[in-house]
Each structure stands twice: as C-alpha cells, then as structure tokens.
Design a protein around this ligand. Structure first.
Ligand SMILES: [Zn+2]
Length: 263
C-alpha cells in the first residue's frame, strides 16, 4: 500500500499542478486536490480513476461556453471557475475518506456512500454548468419565481436532465472499474437525490446576500461593484461549500439505503 500511496501522490500532484496551471484550480485548491487524489489512489487505482474521471468531465464542462456563463453568473455566484480548497474538499473529502475506509475494511456500504457522494458532486456540477450555459433563467424550486440561471435553489428542465447524466457518468465509470452493478446503480440514484437536496437546501437554509448599492441578490461577500453585501436570509455562514458537504452526505446515505434495499 505504501508504494501505491507514493505513486498515487506523484500522479495526484502532477494532475493538480496541471489543473492549477490551466486555471481550473486555485493554488489552495491544487493542494487539496493532491491530498484527496493521494488518498483515493492509496485506496485503489479504481478509486483514483473515478476521481480523475470526475475531475476531467467536470473541468471540461466548466470550460464549455465559459465566457457566456461568466457573463450570466457574474455577481451572483459565490465563486468563479477556479476551484479553491474548500470547494475541492466539500466535493471530494467524503468520497475519498469513505472510499478508502470502505476499501481497506472491505465494507461495500462505505464504498457505496463514497461513490454516491461523488455522483452527487457530478450531478450538481453537470446541472449547474449545463443549465447556466444553455438557459439564461431558471425557476426557484419552491416559489417558481424566475431568477438568473446559476442562482442557488433554482431548477430547470435541462439542468435536471444534466444532473441525471452527471450521476450516470459516475455510475457508468464505476461499472467499468468493476463495481457491483446494483451498488453502482444505487450510487447513481443517490447522486440525483443528493443534487436535488443541494437545490432544496439552496432554496431554503443557504445564506442569501444582497447588494444594497445595486439592489440585487448575490452569494458573494463583496459584490462585483466593490460594495459589501449584507445577509438577507438563510442561516448565517451556511454557504455554498456547506451546502455541498450536506448534499454529498445526503447523496451517500440515499445511495447506501437504496443499495441495501435492492441487494
Ligand atoms: Zn453591487
């Protein structure tokens, strides 16, 4: 295992450095990604492959129509295209920890939780990236109010379809590396449920902020105009990364429940 961890660390550092150089990760995000990647490969090469597959597909989608999306979501979303450490860990820590513990202990339940949390991250990323690329507006999941695409808690038909494709992308890759079909399918379903939880949390408890100068909603602490935004709703401090951690956990739990129901 030690030599595999060393090989994994080398590979993870190489990929994280490339991603930092290409602008997909910030410096702190690259460090976090290297740590998550090392842990994943230390678990198994299959687990490392799943992480790389998620990273490559998500990064490609983030770049797709990047300028259009930046113009549509600037001032609204908390963070731009470069992922920082908190974002990387919010999306990848449960996957790597649960996966590694699952592989080392032989627990398929823990592995399914890890896979389901990665499927959630993929479903959420696909929904956001495709939704904002294709549609200028979306509807709030509870009120139905029309808002700018990319707003937390908003949903669209194309985004929902993309979330299913994103979860299926991870479930399919898991099948390729030999995951039991029922567990992979359960994780795919859990991923869709997790992305749905992400939207619900985004519409209810996620911190909402408002720029007094522009009189417009924003998820940023400092608006594009340079004015400090103030909290207008939701739980203070429960921001995008916290929502991602919670929805990843929901996705993992739904996955293992679905798997234990059908196995
Ligand atoms: Zn402003």
């Amino acid at each position: 295992m030690m030599s595999q961890a060393v090989a994994g660390a080398s590979l993870a550092i190489a990929i994280a450095s490339l991603a930092w150089y290409a602008g997909s990760l910030s410096r702190s995000g690259a460090v976090a990604a290297a740590m998550v990647g090392t842990l994943a490969v230390a678990a198994s090469w299959s687990w490392g492959f799943l992480l790389i597959w998620f990273f490559v597909t998500s990064s490609a989608l983030t770049r797709w129509r990047g300028l259009v999306k930046a113009a549509r979501t600037h001032g609204i979303v908390e963070k731009g295209g470069k992922r920082d450490a908190a974002q990387v860990l919010a999306n990848g820590a449960l996957f790597a920890l649960s996966g590694a513990c699952g592989v080392w202990s032989g627990s398929m339940s823990l592995q399914t939780i890890g896979l389901g949390s990665l499927a959630t991250a993929a479903a959420d990323t696909f929904a956001t990236e495709v939704g904002t690329a294709v549609r200028p507006t979306a509807r709030m999941i509870l009120s139905g109010r029309s808002v700018a695409s990319g707003t937390s808690g908003a949903i669209s038909a194309v985004g929902t379809l993309a979330s299913v494709v994103g979860a299926a992308t991870i479930a399919g890759a898991a099948l390729v590396v030999g995951f039991p079909p029922l567990a992979a399918t359960a994780a795919g379903a859990g991923g869709v449920a997790g992305a749905f939880a992400d939207t619900l949390l985004g519409a209810t408890v996620q911190e909402r902020r408002h720029c007094p100068r522009c009189n417009s909603p924003s998820e940023r602490l400092i608006h594009d105009c340079g004015t400090t935004t103030h909290r207008s709703g939701g739980i203070a401090g429960f921001r995008n990364d916290a929502v991602n951690v919670a929805s990843g956990a929901v996705g993992g739990i739904v996955s293992v429940l679905a798997w234990s129901a059908v196995r």
